[in-house]
Design a protein around this ligand. Sequence first.
Ligand code: 5GP
Ligand code: SF4
Ligand code: MG
Length: 465
Amino acid sequence: CGLFGVFGLSDAANFVALGLHALQHRGQEAGGIVTHDAGSGFHSSKKLGYVRDNFTTAESMAELPGRIGLGHVRYSTAGGKGATAMRDVQPFLADLAMGSMALAHNGNLTNALSIRRELIERGSVFNSSSDTEAVVHLMARGFHRTIADRMKEALRRVEGAFSILCITENQLIGCRDPLGVRPLVLGRLGKGWMLASETCALDIVGAEFVREILPGEMVIIDDRGVHSSAPFETQRPRFCIFEHVYFSRPDSVIGGRSVYESRRQIGVELAREAPVEADLVCAVPDSGTPAAIGYSQESGIPFAMGIIRNQYVGRTFIEPTEQIRNMGVRLKLNVNRALVRGKRVVLVDDSVVRGTTSLKIKEMILDAGAKEVHFRIASPPTAWPCFYGVDTPDKEKLLASHMTEDEMRVHLGVDSLRFISLDGLYRAVGEGEGRDPSKPQYCDACFSGEYPIQPSDMIESGRIS
Ligand code: 5GP
Ligand code: SF4
Ligand code: MG
């Protein structure tokens, strides 16, 4: 999901809408904006679909007055999909004993089910199927006197990945989980402040990037400025390495590093680890493009646009049903026939999950007359589901969970298939010595199966043992 909060700028909703539009790649199912206006209180608008279709008119903005605003774009990893999804759209607006607040979450909690069960037994009434709602109820039942303290109290009880934003009638509060699995950055524009999932959302409104919120840090922003605290016990950070590979936008900066540069460097590493004789390097657009450019630069094989993407279709993976996802590939991508005919083509994509995309692409490109197809994948085999906010399917559906690299090559029917090594990936994101096996620098559970946070709910429900 994507988060964007604004403090201290008139017509905050306009900035939120722009910020969310820049973060649309992080979630496309729904979007919501809540604002607070000193005269008229809280205002909320939540819609299914794209930001550009719901939050661009003057009328839609007029419904959201105020100088404090909070927005969320949703990509469901927990909670409802399809027709019942509306009630899970964030931000969640709630009245607590000391005042109202709105809260939005990126990530996924791994003990929300047991907390939910406990709270329901004690009389809480849940309105959604979202894991995030547990935080709201914990806050409602807290002992502390301020919303920020209630938030700290609640967040000390939850486990999992969270970057969370909250607005009150006079504050914007942001917090990252102790491992800092999901991103969160601080920006400044004139006298106003912003908190956003990625720096690309600061760029769109012309805000200055101040710094990242640290893992385990809480910031409270009010008219006197930014106040930082550290509510949790310190732990070694484990940022999601997949943000570098796929999830973040290439024009964002994470951990002082350009995401584009990390991806290009993945391509360079791949070319070193898995060279091949070929005529062209092509990307599966857009997610494979920076790595394909790196592969081409390192190998000397020319980069060409062998696959063209229709810019008006969203990311296939995020469409909820398998049937739509299958269709999506044809809707979205087409082979540049004149270019690939008779050629040996290296095809670079970011990841293989179910293998649906790779299978279709291979068919299309052979159909168009390519002589050989060599897949190069910018991440290690995805053999484990993510429980921290990326919607990977259950283990059985992951191709790499039950096939070796060679079996996958046969299954996909390509001339060669190679994935970047885990060490190569670490080097590409700036860890010169590779992965430290005794204390890995990132979360890489979807590749290694080493979950840095115990996925309690998922173990209980049998999704993983
Ligand atoms: P597959 O078709 O193998 O199931 O999925 C792989 C494709 O899904 C890749 O092209 C990748 O760009 C795209 N994708 C979109 N969202 C995600 C995500 O959240 N996780 C992963 N691993 N791939 C995703
Ligand atoms: Fe990121 Fe993978 Fe860890 Fe999920 S399991 S947080 S996608 S590295
Ligand atoms: Mg892709």
